[in-house]
Every structure is written in C-alpha cells, then in structure tokens.
Design a protein around this ligand. Structure first.
Ligand code: ADP
Length: 282
C-alpha cells in the first residue's frame, strides 16, 4: 500500500506548462505532447496526461494516484514524473518518451531492429523491475502495452495504472475483474487473486515474448476463459522465431506453475545481461 503525500510537493505552476498536439488517449483523457519551462528557464519536452473536465471527485483521485505512485521512483528505465497541476483541468506532467508506445514501435520498425536490440529492451525492463522488487513494489500490469520508447536504444516502464485499481479488497477486485489482463496473468493471479513479485515475473516472461514477437499479443484468437485451462494443461506461449534457446528457457522459467520455482528479477537481470553480451558477440 502506498501513502498519498501532500500534493504540493509536486505541484507545478500551470503557466510553466505549454500543451502541444494530442499524442495518445488515456482512460481518463487525452495525452498531449508539450513543454515544461524549468526554474532555469530551460524548456524540456514533456507528456501531459489530462483528466476529462466532467470527471467526478473519485475519478480525479484515481487519476492522480498514478502520479503519486510514479513520484516514488527514480530509475533510468521508469518514466519520470515531473509534477502535477491538481486543480481542474488536472494535468500530470511526465518525461516524454519520444517514440511513444513500444508495441507500435516494434511493429513499424520490425525490419530495422536486430535481435540484440530486442534483448536490450528486455534487459532494461528487468533493471526497472528489479528496482521495483527491491522497493517491495508489485506492478501487476507488466505488458508490452505499458512500455514506452525514449530512444532507439532505450525503453521505459510507463504505466502504473493497474496498481491503483486492483485493491486487496476482494469486492473491489471482483468489480474490476472484467478489466484484468488475463492473458498476461500467472495462474495464481487468475485462480486465487494473488499478486506478488513472482506473479510480476510471470507477466514479465509474457512481456519478453511480446518483444521477441515484435508486438504481437499473446494468445491471439484464444478466449480469455480458455487461457487458464491451457496453462493448467502445461501449455505455454511458443518459441518466437529467431529467439535464442537460452532466452526461451529463461522465459519458460518465468512461467513455472509453482511461483517459488520462478527466478527473481535480480537473477533475470543477470541472465538477460549474459544473453545480451552473447548475442552482441555473434
Ligand atoms: P492510461 O494509463 O491513463 O490509460 P496511458 O499511460 O496508456 O494512459 O497513456 C495513453 C497513451 O499516451 C499511451 O499509449 C502513449 O501513446 C501516450 N503516452 C503516455 N505517456 C507518455 C509519455 N510519457 N511519453 C510519450 N507518450 C506517452
């Protein structure tokens, strides 16, 4: 559980924020590209998440919760919060990831991306997730759709949305069950609503698979309800084309049915580093 600190810590003067074009659609409102003028009068490119003007108080609070979560983190592969404007229109101002969503980037740059770069992305994300693990933070929504591209050789974890709406409270959880990313979830998350670092590891395995598949979603054409049965029967996502066997073996370990048999993020980070070096030497 996170505590909500006083919002003035991160309050920005709205006059220092300039809105540009719309670059995305969030569940709460448009996301704009923009600029933030720092105290040193430097103009830095930012992404500004907005909350629809007609949102009620509870929705506005949920919107801001993501900012409160992000403000606790400082890592090169996690999108940084710059600040918020907490009066309506509410704005969350973040570091801009210039190339946007990783999935569409992978799809449109399929022919320009080599295997070493794909492994680099997986490695960078493992460093972010190892950092979160060390802070005892469970993400619960690790998926390619939540990764942003800052540069050709740099990806960042960009969304902490789910941690805000999956509460330990069972009723709340049930109410939002329809929104759960079933195809990414570990069996214990689907069956017993358990979320911890080891269920994050399972999801990260699926995320690596999506990266190696250039943004293809897992279990395409399979009904959500049929996925758990396949997993229970020992079925797993197939070997992506060109995926080094050593990497597929690591992904398969992330999908061990028994959570304790899965590696931790520290170990994943070390293994991915070795696999990256090996691929670069090819
Ligand atoms: P929400 O979680 O509220 O639904 P997202 O975080 O998914 O919103 O943001 C919606 C879209 O806006 C993303 O898919 C992406 O295209 C864009 N976007 C969000 N944050 C950034 C960012 N920091 N840099 C660049 N684009 C971003």
């Amino acid at each position: 559980d996170y505590s909500i600190p006083a919002s003035h810590d991160y309050e920005l003067d709205r006059l220092c924020v300039e809105l540009g074009d719309i670059i995305g659609q969030g569940q709460f409102g448009d996301v704009h590209q923009g600029w933030f003028r720092t105290k040193e009068a430097e103009k830095i490119p930012v992404a500004v998440k907005t909350c629809k003007l007609d949102a009620d108080a509870a929705t506005r609070d949920r919107f801001l919760e993501e900012a409160y979560i992000m403000q606790q983190f400082d890592h090169p592969h996690i999108v940084k919060l710059i600040g918020i404007c907490s009066d309506t229109p509410i704005w969350i101002v973040m570091e801009l990831a210039k190339y946007g969503e990783m999935r569409s980037y992978l799809q449109s740059h399929k022919h320009a991306l080599d295997l070493a770069t794909l492994i680099l992305y997986a490695f960078q994300l493992s460093t972010a997730l190892s950092y979160l693990e060390s802070k005892k933070f469970v993400h619960r929504d690790i998926a390619a759709r939540n990764v942003l591209v800052s540069a050709q050789d740099c990806v960042k974890l960009g969304d902490f949305g789910l941690s805000r709406w999956i509460s330990e409270d069972q009723c709340y959880y049930k109410a939002s069950k329809g929104k759960l990313p079933i195809k990414w979830l570990s069996p214990e998350s689907v069956n017993f609503r358990q979320f911890n670092s080891k269920s994050d590891v399972w999801m990260f395995g699926v995320c690596i698979w999506e990266i190696l598949m250039f943004g293809v979603k897992p279990f395409a054409g399979v009904q959500n309800n049929d996925v758990i049965g396949k997993i229970e029967n020992g079925e797993r996502l197939p070997l992506p084309p060109n995926c080094p066997p050593r990497l597929y073996a690591l992904m398969s370990q992330c999908w061990a049915y028994e959570p304790s048999k899965r590696p931790g993020f520290q170990q994943l980070k070390e293994s991915l580093y070795d696999i990256l070096i090996e691929e670069r030497q090819q």
